[in-house]
Ligand binder design. Structure first.
Ligand code: HEC
Length: 184
């Protein structure tokens, strides 16, 4: 009789462990994929990066929220038409989307990713296309914007820092981003 009871106990212990594993996984998934979308009010930001309003854990590569436009979806997730992951230059920052570096209001600020801290410019369309553009180069238009995004060259012919990824965007995705950035 005794060996049989040991076997049963072992079985119960095994099932309990498996159940704990499943619960643990669910907790992680819920915490990790929770809605960091345009409307959420996540406040766990890295000290010093408050201007971006982006949580310290990035959700760039997930598909969490309902986005109201293709431009907003690209901005928050780095995913474009039909949900494709937009190809971009490799590097430490290649997992991030625009929002992680340029912030929720697209005004730029101090970003801190993978132990690196850097400043990003405002990319609101009013800032990019305005006469009083922060940089010392001519204002952006859609074509110059596409060049900056795809090739990393600004309207003055200067190469953008490598921290800013190069994005292989389609024409439609470029237009969608311009529309989105024009909406702030
Ligand atoms: C990993 C951080 C990071 C990500 C992700 C990122 N950027 Fe940038 N971006 C930068 C930095 C840093 C600069 C400034 C580069 C420089 O001045 O040389 C920049 C510059 C720019 C500029 C040029 C602005 C100017 O004044 O000339 C544009 C436009 C831009 N980003 C748009 C975007 C868009 C749109 C996305 C998403 C598709 C994006 N960025 C994603 C970091 C990032």
């Amino acid at each position: 009789m005794a060996p049989r009871r040991v076997q049963t106990n072992g079985l119960i212990a095994g099932i309990t462990l498996i159940a704990l594993g499943i619960v643990g996984t669910l907790v992680l998934i819920t915490a990790g994929v929770g809605g960091f979308g345009p409307g959420s009010d996540e406040e766990q930001v890295w000290p010093g990066t408050e201007s971006l309003g982006v949580p310290w854990f990035s959700h760039s590569q997930t598909e969490p929220a309902d986005f109201s436009s293709l431009g907003e979806q690209i901005y928050y997730t780095g995913r474009g038409e039909d949900g494709r992951v937009i190809p971009r230059s490799e590097g430490m920052m290649h997992m991030n989307a625009c929002v992680d570096c340029h912030g929720r209001d697209a005004r730029g600020g101090t970003a801190r990713i993978m132990m690196e801290s850097f400043e990003t410019p405002s990319i609101r369309w009013s800032a990019l296309a305005g006469e009083d553009h922060e940089g010392d180069h001519p204002p952006y238009d859609a074509e110059r914007f596409a060049r900056a995004l795809r090739e990393g060259v600004d309207p003055g012919g200067e190469t953008l820092d490598r921290i800013m990824p190069r994005w292989d965007l389609t024409g439609e995705e470029i237009d969608a981003l311009v529309d989105y950035l024009d909406g702030f």
